[in-house]
Design a protein around this ligand. Sequence first.
Ligand SMILES: [Mn+2]
Length: 360
Amino acid sequence: MTVGQNSYLCNSKKERLLKNTDNEIIGAISDLLAQNSSPIVVVPHSNPDGDAIGSAYGLAVVLKNAGHEVKIISPNDYPGFLSWLNGDIEIFNYQKMRKTSVNYLERCGIMFCVDFNDINRTDEMESAIASFGGTKIMVDHHPYPTAFCHYTVSEPEYSSSAELVYDFVVSLGLEQFLNHEAAEALYTGIMTDTGSFSHNTSRPNLYKVLSALMAYGIDTESIHGRVYHNFSVDRLRLMGYSLLEKMVVLPEYRTGYISLSRDELKKYNFVPGDTEGFVNIPLSINQIVFSALFIEKDGYVKVSLRSKGNFPANAFSSEHFNGGGHLNAAGGEIKLSLQETLERFTQLLPDYLHLLNNAD
Ligand SMILES: [Mn+2]
C-alpha cells in the first residue's frame, strides 16, 4: 500500500481546508485507507450528472493511483455526454449489471458515496448500500446530510462535489496521486455543476482548485466540447419543442416552467440526460427568478426547480414536492398526474409572490 501512514500528520500542520469536517474524521479516513487492503467502491447518485460522475471518477482515479483496487457503481445509466470518462476506472451500471455489482460490493471494505446526501437518492441500489458490510464515507456538498454513512464529509459551501473532492484529497495527503485524468474528471464536475461557471462561483476557493487542476495540463476547451457539443439531434429537437410549445411564462410571478409528458419524450426518442439543463433556460428571461421542469414518469412526476437570488427552491421543494437541494437548485417528485402537478404548482405561486418579487 502506497498510502503513507503519516500523511494525515503532515497535513494537519497545514491550514484546515474543510471547515465543517473535523481533523479527526479526516485522520480516521486516512488511517482506514492506509490499513485497507480490500477493494473500494465509489457510488454516485441515481441519474448521475456531470458532477456525480466527475467527482466519483476523480476520487476513484486518485485511490487507484494510491494503490487501491477501485470501481464505480452507478445506480443506473449515466448520460452519453460523459461516456468519455471511462478510461482507467470501470463503471458498473447497477441496474443492468446487478450480479457483477453485488459480487464486487461483497468484496469491498470501503464505500465512498459522492454527490448525494441521502440514501434515497440511489433508488434501486438503496438496499445494497444500506446492507453494505464495510465502512461508508459520504463526500458531498448538498445541505442537510442524513446519517447513513460512518463518516460524513459534508461541505455545502462548495460549488460542486468535484471541487470538494479536490480539497478532500489534499486534506488526506493524497495530492501526489492526482493526475491528468483525475483533473479532467474533477474539472468536468465543477464545470457542469456551476453551469459553466455561471452560478455558485463567488467563493475564491473555487479558483484555487481550478488553478491547481490547470497545472495538470488539461484542455478545458476540449472538455467543454466533449460535454456540451455531444448531444443527439433528438435532444436538440426536444429542446426546441420544449421552448416553442411547452414553456409557460408567468411574468406576474416571475416564473417560467416546462412540462413534458411520457408521450412527448417518446416522440423525441428520449434517453436519460436529454432534458439536462432545460430547467435553467427560463431563468435566462428578463425578470424571471424561478423556473421549473416537470417530467412525467411512470406513476409520478419528477420536479426540478431553479431560482435566482434568495428565492428558496429547496424549501419550495421540501414543502410541496417531497424533495430538497440547494437554495437555487432543488428537485423532488410527486405522485400526481402531470396535469394535477402543474395545477398544484401554479396554485402555490400566489403564496410566494412576496418572496418572488424580492428575490433579487
Ligand atoms: Mn453536485
